[in-house]
Design a protein around this ligand. Structure first.
Ligand code: TYM
Length: 332
């Protein structure tokens, strides 16, 4: 089992990242060989401030370690320090089709109406993501639901490349997405139909892993809900996206499921449920925030950890990169 996943170092780690992906990364460290990276090359697909990208890359590394990524067990690095990612992307650009990329919902969402003005990097972003995982022969990729389509594209690219250049052999392994059942898609606290996201202008829409207890309690208290009490059965959440989201978050934090949470809180109003959710969240996140605040100060240690990870990742990537160049007939 070879586990590979990444996160963009833009802004803070939020509850969606944590429950949708990072918690699974931490668990999977004991199940296989893991590589986790800061997708700093992906972050340049949108306008960015250079000094902030540097700082965010270090902060995100510290946040991942605070969440439980162990740099002795897993390979933790940033893409930029492993040039094989960019090299592999270029090679796969020959295989990926314009039509496939045009269908990516994240491209459509992020480019919006201004496709002509979007960066080329935003369009080819999923090819870099395919390179990230195919480079390491990843078998499992723990992600939230929003990355599923990008992973399907990686499989399509791998399959076409194997057919076109494999000479009967598989150059690339087809990766499987690993998506958590209870937290595949954590929604905004202000709008149950929009994903919780770093790019939402309202900080009240998300829980950051660095929020203190008072901020968390306040954000939950102000979270949008409806006037009805919670139902006793899952079906009763239909058409109530905000209620469904909060119950899902509770279940994910508690490590249970929606049925169990509704068995406990069914019939009760948000006046009872919200404080219980806030307290569960504070007790789950406080130890992470504490570790993060201690780690983020030590820039030298973070840089050393990332260098160590990049050296290991580069060595693991080399054989597949060599084989890919060779399969395409590129003289090196
Ligand atoms: P990014 O940085 O947007 O998010 C990192 C991880 O967090 C998950 N996630 C969520 N899960 C549930 N609910 C949410 N509201 C939520 N928001 C984010 C994401 O699904 C993701 O798993 N393109 C990727 C980074 C990437 C990558 C890769 C991932 C680059 N190369 C290779 C896997 C494999 C991204 O922008 O994730």
């Amino acid at each position: 089992m070879r586990v590979v996943s990444g996160i963009q170092p833009t802004g803070n780690l939020h509850l969606g990242n944590y429950l949708g992906a990072i918690r699974n990364w931490v668990k999977m460290q004991d199940q296989g060989e893991c590589l986790f990276f800061l997708a700093d090359l992906h972050a340049i697909s949108q306008p960015h401030v250079p000094a902030e990208l540097t700082a965010n890359t270090r902060e995100m590394a510290a946040a991942l370690i605070a969440c439980g990524i162990d740099t002795d067990k897993s390979v933790l690095f940033n893409q930029t320090q492993v040039p094989a990612h960019s090299q592999m992307q270029w090679l796969l650009n020959g295989t990926a089709r314009m039509g496939w990329l045009n269908r990516m919902t994240q491209w459509k969402d992020k480019a919006g109406k201004n496709r002509e003005g979007a960066s080329v990097a935003l369009f080819t972003y999923p090819v870099l993501q395919a390179a990230d995982v195919l480079l390491y022969q990843a078998t499992h990729v723990p992600v939230g639901e929003d990355q599923k389509q990008h992973l399907e594209l990686a499989r399509d690219i791998a399959q076409k490349f194997n057919n076109d250049f494999g000479n009967g052999e598989a150059i690339f392994t087809l990766p499987e997405p690993i998506i958590p059942p209870e937290a595949a898609r954590i929604m905004s606290l202000r709008d149950g139909t929009a994903k919780m996201s770093k790019s939402d202008p309202s900080d009240m829409s998300r829980i950051n892993l660095t929020d203190d207890a008072d901020t968390i309690m306040q954000k939950i208290r102000k979270a949008k809900t409806d006037p009805e009490p919670l139902p006793s059965e899952k079906d009763g959440l239909a058409g109530r996206p905000e209620a469904e989201n909060l119950v899902g978050i509770y279940a994910a934090l508690e490590g249970s499921n929606v049925d169990k949470v509704l068995a406990q809180f069914g019939g009760q109003g948000f006046g009872t449920f919200k404080p219980a959710l806030g307290e569960l969240m504070v007790s789950s996140l406080a130890p992470i925030a504490e570790r993060f605040n201690a780690l983020r100060q030590d820039v030298a240690a973070i840089d050393a950890a990332l260098r160590k990870g990049a050296t290991k990742a580069g060595a693991l990537a080399a054989p597949t990169l060599d084989r890919t160049y060779a399969a395409m007939g590129l003289l090196r």
